[in-house]
Ligand binder design. Sequence first.
Ligand code: APR
Length: 316
Amino acid sequence: MSSTRNKITVVGAGQVGTTVAQLAAYKNLGNVVLIDIVPGFPQGKALDLQESGCLQVFDSLITGTNDYKDTADSDIVVITAGLPRKPGMSREDLLATNAKIVRSVTEEIMKYSRNPIIIVVSNPLDAMVYLAKKVSGLGKDRIMGMAGVLDAARLRTFVALELGCSQTDVDAMVLGGHGDSMVPMPRYTTVSGIPITELMEPGVIDQLVDRTRKGGAEIVQLLKNGSAFMAPGASVVKMVEAILKDNRRILPCTAYLEGEYGWSSIFFGVPVQIGIHGIEKVIELKLTEAEQAALDTSAKEVKKTINEVDTLLDKN
Ligand code: APR
């Protein structure tokens, strides 16, 4: 029997994928399909999650599967399939392996869903979402990457820890690629509307900015085996919720640029407005010269990995 509930497919039933499924279910955002390449793995995770429904009070259906037919007519697809980093690895080290995975996953998804909204999480993020757009043929409003919400959440956390204030009062903006060259924006980071530049010394802000840039690596170093998943999962669900509830929230997301911020044919972290139609607007901020220069450096890094994706696609 078909359902009128939203259908959220999560590809990859690993750490990030399971967290996304769990939080989406807890928020009753829709039925969730968890798909993975490993037989039994998504089925086990899905059943375990379903059995928590009467305790966490949700009645969404959670399906675990290895068959893409079960993903048919998804409203939103979250792609988390791929390898995570090991200590010492950069996100770019994952490129060749994850490109193959993201390509095949996107092809399979598009066989069964005509016009889904896709959110890519697999790393290296900016290159993987570029690849998924090329393979899917989706419009730029319907495909995006999750990075800025997470990077901003890290900066918000570090600011709150430094000031000893509630992290719910801190807001932040992080632009650029999801790598070491990302551009945290102290000028647009506030505590209940007060810019942090009025609350902290410049040297302290520099340290927090640096920690944000290396926030993913810090977790990888501590875990030794795998990368962050709780804050990434929560960041994805914030985007999923904004889309399905048509909240029209303004969030930093990885979006396709056509001239904004001086860059084209590139996926890049910028503030966007998202709602039921996906990315409804890219918001262009007036940057200082130094901010634009930092953004250009980041864009050049992203272009490099995107060019590698183009080369890989040309070969096959
Ligand atoms: N199709 C479906 N699932 C796949 C495929 C595939 N072709 N290849 C791998 N997977 C699955 C794996 O079986 C595994 O269950 O993807 C899952 C990845 O889960 P984890 O190894 O736990 O990795 P995770 O921490 O969730 O990170 C996933 O997100 O943040 C990024 O860098 C991270 O690229 C990584 C991705």
